[in-house]
Design a protein around this ligand. Structure first.
Ligand code: NAD
Length: 293
């Protein structure tokens, strides 16, 4: 049994796409939800509170409980505000789903400083800031004797794992999120917190703006729509459950497929030298690794 009923969650970037599906999915299982979304365009510009409000209205229309929050989660101030919104509305926080994101694709040569900084900020800092303030609250609760499971679910991307050309800002931000999740798992275990990460694949505004993807992700006239963002949400809900047995893990999720990633590891082969290598000896020994992959 996945225990979700009565828990309190924040979902960042929940006005659209995957975050919206996660918020609706959690609410359908009795979770009270802070629907956070700044309502930006794909590139992170602009502010619009209506997407988040529409999701809140949708949850309330089906008898669920939700409140809107439009903070920029990629600032310490916004991270603190969204956590405070959960405590003000529901008096508790059990689950933080970090999901907000933007895209500003460009080759390395053409990358502007602001496009690099802003994508790193929204994704990596946008995960770190709410986590910092959620963890601060959870530590205080734990120290005051509250023994309660808390769950972090983060959002990486295969772009960070497979290194997509044109995404030298987004890819490192997303692989950084996987590492951030693992560090959170280790640091916060003593406060009852589990931290896991999903790498989703779904038809959303972001992917529909990427060349080649709209054709692949087209919804079928009938049958299972494997690119529906709602397919990712059961995995997020599972990782948000009070009995979630995983921590520090990363799962690729698309359609009905869930695959666990191997953690970073050294290959079995190593070359050894009893003292510092000379360049010639090193060059010869390096050949034993075989061709570059
Ligand atoms: N769609 C996919 O296949 C896919 C694949 C890999 C990773 N992801 C990741 O999933 C997450 C959700 O993306 P999506 O595809 O649903 O896109 P989306 O554009 O539909 O949703 C992202 C939401 O984040 C909000 N947002 C942006 N910056 C914010 C900020 N600073 N504070 C609060 N809200 C902010 C936007 O307003 C938007 O509603 C992103 O982190 C994205 O990188 C998506």
């Amino acid at each position: 049994m996945v225990e979700l009923d009565g828990r309190v969650a924040i979902v960042t970037g929940a006005g659209r796409g995957l975050g919206r599906a996660h918020a609706l999915g959690l609410a359908a299982h009795g979770v009270r939800v802070v629907v956070n979304d700044m309502g930006t365009s794909n590139d992170g510009t602009g502010v619009d509170g209506s997407p988040a409000q529409e999701v809140v209205d949708e949850i309330r229309a089906t008898g669920g409980e939700a409140v809107v929050n439009c903070a920029d989660v990629a600032t310490w101030e916004g991270g603190e505000a969204v956590v405070q919104a959960a405590l003000d509305a529901f008096g508790e926080l059990d689950i933080l789903v970090n999901n907000a994101g933007i895209l500003r694709d460009s080759t390395i040569i053409n990358m502007s400083e602001s496009d690099f900084d802003e994508v790193l900020r929204v994704h990596l800092k946008g995960h770190a800031a709410p986590t910092k303030f959620a963890a601060t609250y959870w530590r205080a609760e734990h120290k005051s004797g509250v023994d309660r499971r808390r769950n972090l679910v983060h959002t990486g991307s295969t772009s960070g794992i497979y290194a997509n050309p044109g995404q030298s800002n987004y890819g490192p931000a997303k692989s950084g999120i996987v590492t951030f999740s693992q560090i959170a798992a280790k640091e916060l275990a003593k406060y009852g917190v589990v931290s896991n990460c999903v790498l989703p694949g779904a038809r959303t505004r972001l992917t529909l703006s990427s060349p080649g993807l709209p054709e692949i992700m087209e919804a079928p006239a009938e049958g299972f729509d494997q690119w529906d963002p709602a397919n990712v949400s059961p995995v997020v809900a599972y990782l948000a459950g009070a009995t979630c047995p995983f921590t520090g893990e990363t799962f690729y999720v698309q359609g009905g497929t869930v695959r666990r990633l191997e953690p970073w590891s050294l290959t079995g082969r190593s070359i050894e030298h009893p003292v510092r290598w000379t360049l010639d000896d090193l060059a010869a020994a390096m050949e034993t690794f075989g061709p570059s992959r």
